[in-house]
Design a protein around this ligand. Structure first.
Ligand code: SOE
Length: 369
């Protein structure tokens, strides 16, 4: 019998726990867990049901019992840890943002392209069956050419002046916070489902006053972005971590000449399909769903699927890729670089005003000479 894939997780916060659950559900083993403070690794390994605690991140990266390294640390450590994991010949799942600047994201994507390894970024909203169904309907031509792509990604967990988190510190989180943390999810899933690429944008950012006694945040709490795409559509997105009552509301609408397709991450088990004659709420797994959605329906319709199922499907596809498969829509380090490029355009536009071109840098980068 083939050996189970063995994952090692660096960083055991909220998202590290999500990775651990997904590893087990995808048929893998959590072989080891590393924490920045080595003393925390033992309780963290117990909490994540791992086989052992690693003495350090480097110990985990070099360990013979780890095939896939999961990087779930604060953002500033993503690039150096991913570089070290690739150098050690390990497959890598690196949390977003892959890089906090374009130059290091590009260098990392090139390094990944030059290695016979699977290198993936968990843009997991791609793995909702209803998102795949929207993508299938666009590809089948049901919606007609898309004219307008719009929506928002709203959270409230930083809305109080006293709220604090490491993400507020640009040295740890990077120069963009709300957009770099969640705006990139919205852009990724909308580009994925629509097949369009954002080519130009203009952005406004805002930062709310904080009263934590800590240094004021110098990164944005919210962003508004207007954009144009390579296929002639226009669009807009509002991104916020300070919108009371909005917990994790990633919402988008793809409006074509024939129909509009609307997805809501907080109600992900159905896709809204709008038309001139009638509007339809299509349940996940309905007979009219496209074949794109079918592989992601793991339980019969009526039994809600959610975020953890998306994460599991993503990790399962990473494992399949390590075995030589080429899963459709697996988000790679090139997609992580794409997110860094879009984020950079947002920051540039907000700093200098006006429209900014977004380079089409998401094709596989040319390996370095
Ligand atoms: C916090 O904003 C966060 O956990 C993001 O980092 C995740 O990517 C998103 O899925 C949920 O919110």
């Amino acid at each position: 019998m083939a050996r189970l894939p063995r994952s090692g997780i660096i960083g055991a916060g909220f998202i590290g726990e999500v990775h651990a659950r997904a590893v087990r559900a995808a048929g893998g083993v959590v072989a080891a867990v590393a924490e920045r403070d080595g003393k925390q690794a033992t309780p963290a390994a117990a909490r994540l049901l791992a086989q052992r605690a690693a003495a350090s991140a480097q110990d985990l990266i070099e360990a013979d019992d780890v095939d896939v390294v999961h990087i779930c640390t604060p953002n500033h450590l993503h690039v150096p840890l991913a570089e070290r994991a690739i150098a050690a010949g390990k497959h890598v799942i690196c949390e977003k943002p892959l890089a906090t600047d374009v130059a290091s994201g590009r260098a990392l994507a090139r390094l990944a392209a030059s290695a016979p390894l699977v290198t993936a970024v968990p843009f997991v909203y791609r793995f909702y069956p209803t998102v795949r169904d929207a993508r299938g309907r666009v590809r089948r031509g049901d919606a007609g050419p898309l004219r307008l792509l719009h929506g928002s990604y709203l959270q409230d967990w930083l809305s109080r002046p006293e709220d604090h988190n490491w993400r507020l510190d640009a040295a740890l989180g990077g120069g963009s916070r709300a957009f770099g943390d969640i705006g990139v999810h919205w852009c990724d899933v909308v580009e994925f489902a629509s097949g369009h690429r954002i080519t130009r944008l203009v952005a406004c950012l805002t930062t709310v006053p904080r009263t934590t006694g800590r240094p004021a945040s110098d990164t944005e709490d919210a962003a508004t972005v207007l954009f144009e795409t390579d296929q002639g559509a226009i669009g807009s997105v509002v991104v916020s971590q300070v919108s009371p009552g909005r917990k994790n509301r990633l919402w988008f609408s793809l409006d074509g000449t024939q129909s509009s397709l609307q997805f809501d991450q907080e109600l992900p088990d159905s896709l809204w399909v709008g038309g001139r004659e009638q509007n339809t709420v299509v349940p996940r797994g309905a007979e009219s769903s496209t074949g794109d959605a079918a592989p992601f329906n793991i339980i019969p319709v009526g039994h809600p699927q959610g975020y953890l199922d998306c994460f599991t499907a993503f990790v399962a596809d990473v494992y399949a890729a390590t075995a030589g498969d080429e899963p459709d829509g697996l988000p790679t380090f090139d997609d992580g670089l794409r997110a860094a490029v879009v984020t950079d355009a947002v920051l540039t536009s907000a700093a200098h005003g006006g429209w900014v071109e977004v380079p089409a840098e998401s094709q596989p980068p040319t390996p370095a000479e």
